[in-house]
Ligand binder design. Structure first.
Ligand code: PXG
Length: 461
């Protein structure tokens, strides 16, 4: 492919350092170092501006499910933009792409979800949930039901309501969050928090914190419980098999909405269309984004159950909520083409029966590495827990330092792996081949070996 950008890497880094404020980044620190410049990508591979090829173990940011460079999507978006680059979906108007994508995305959703509200990101989807769930209880004649229960170390986005629903302490500390009306309970993190407890029992105990919270707050005040089927940004926390059935029991017995944040787990990642299918969650609302368009054009949405849609439509009248770009034609065109690829290539099924088990078998063997306390994987979501002492699973001092170093070493070895503290995580494109899966695990092992060498050297010094 012809070079898109004739500036040198140093020139790009200088412009970036001078003018670009990056998300979730110490901007001064990055400006001093210079950002890594990704210039192009194809399939599961990124190419830097200097020509280094890196296997993308994160599918961008958990989103490029169909892989990079899919011309079907590119052409569909170009066609759509020539025909109708923009029109809104406010004021009694729609357009062909919005209607078609709404039909297509609800067709793959669980059968009780037949409507979608379009947004532009997962954060906007969760802010939409925050408002819509309250509107639902107003419509039901129960306006006191306003409080959301969510989880510590959950991630639901960066906007004000979404980050309040999230349980990221560092985010809350920076801006006086959470806002009123959000109550956090503990997460089902076996490796980090079960402390010798049987995982099945631990899963049930963590789920029962929901029941206790409802009792403390008063059921008449609780609006909804929101959680990711598998926590992504929190460190690929795969709940024990006992967790979701117990949450479901509680939600069936109590009058609260259940919101499954499918922004990462949706669109094939766990081996079914949605994490809710994998864990039989039966959510009332499902925020979605990321894999919805495989990241080709930004888009998010909220899938709405008939149970919620019915009363809101019957009693609430207009929902005073929407974004200029809700149902943007280019995003809808990308989404339609993306779903078509996922269906034609049977990607959710491929994750369940082919590449998921293939990668898992190899990834779990990394659990033998002297620096790994646990390797886990579900669908194409994987994690490695780095430990300083494998016999006791003691962590490294200065939490996060080993993870950060491992992340850098991994990129040096040609693999994007992300670090959450000292947990290494992957979420590769769903089109990953067997050869690429072998390559991914090889490169991860080499990064771990390099970290082990450095650790041994610094202990000897
Ligand atoms: N819900 C979940 C479960 C997410 O993972 C969002 C909502 C927010 O989506 P938007 O599109 O507003 O970013 C997310 C996003 C990371 C990382 O470092 C994860 C996300 C976003 C940015 C970084 O793991 N997840």
């Amino acid at each position: 492919m012809a070079a898109l950008n004739l500036r040198t890497t140093a020139e790009i880094q200088a412009a970036d350092a001078a003018h670009h404020w990056h998300p979730f980044t110490d901007t001064a620190d990055l400006a001093a170092k210079g950002a890594r410049v990704i210039a192009s990508a194809d399939g599961c591979w990124l190419t830097t501006n200097d020509g280094q090829r890196i296997l993308d173990g994160m599918a961008g940011l958990w989103c490029v499910n169909v892989g990079y460079g899919r011309q079907e999507i590119v052409e569909a978006v170009a066609r759509q933009m020539s025909q109708l680059a923009y029109y809104n979906t406010f004021f009694q108007t729609t357009h062909p792409a919005a209607a078609e994508f709404a039909e297509a995305v609800t067709a793959v959703a669980p059968p009780h979800m037949n409507r979608v509200f379009f947004t532009n990101s997962g954060s906007e989807s969760n802010d939409t949930v925050f408002r819509l769930a309250r509107v639902y209880w107003d419509a039901m004649g129960k306006p006191s039901k306003k409080i959301f229960i969510s989880r510590r170390n959950g991630y639901h986005g960066s906007t004000v309501a979404a980050s309040s629903l999230g349980g990221m302490k560092a985010m809350h500390a920076q801006s006086g969050l959470p806002i009123a009306g959000v109550h956090h309970i503990n997460q089902p993190y076996v490796f980090g928090e079960a402390e010798g407890m049987d995982p099945a029992e631990f899963g049930r105990a963590r789920a029962r914190e929901l029941e206790q919270a409802i009792d403390e707050i008063g059921e008449e005040n609780v609006c909804a419980f929101i959680a990711e089927p598998i926590q992504g940004a929190g460190g690929v926390i795969i709940p024990p098999e006992t967790y979701w059935p117990e949450i479901r029991r509680i939600c069936a017995e109590r009058e609260i909405l259940l919101v499954a944040d499918e922004v990462i787990c949706g669109f094939g990642r766990t081996g079914r269309w949605f994490g809710s299918d994998t864990y039989e969650i039966e959510a009332d609302l499902m925020p979605i984004a990321k894999g919805m368009t495989s990241g080709y054009v930004p888009m998010g949405g909220v899938l709405i159950s008939d149970k919620v849609a019915g009363p809101v439509m019957a009693h609430a009248g207009e929902f005073y909520h929407g974004y200029t770009y809700s149902g943007h034609p280019a995003a809808c065109a990308a989404g339609i083409a993306n779903l078509r690829i996922m269906q034609e290539e049977k990607l959710p099924e491929r994750v369940a029966t082919d590449i998921g088990p293939y990668l898992a078998e190899r990834w779990l063997k990394l659990g033998d590495h002297p620096l790994v306390g646990e390797a886990r994987m579900k669908g194409l979501l994987g994690a490695l827990e780095l430990v300083a002492d494998k016999t006791t699973n003691a962590r490294f001092p200065n939490s996060g330092t080993a993870g950060m170093r491992c992340r850098d070493l991994s990129v040096e070895h040609g693999l994007v792996m992300r670090a959450v503290g000292d947990t290494m995580i992957i979420s590769p494109p769903l089109i990953l081949s067997h050869a690429e899966a072998d390559e991914l695990v090889d490169r991860a092992r080499r990064a771990l070996d390099a970290l082990a060498d450095e650790t041994a050297r610094s202990r000897a010094a």
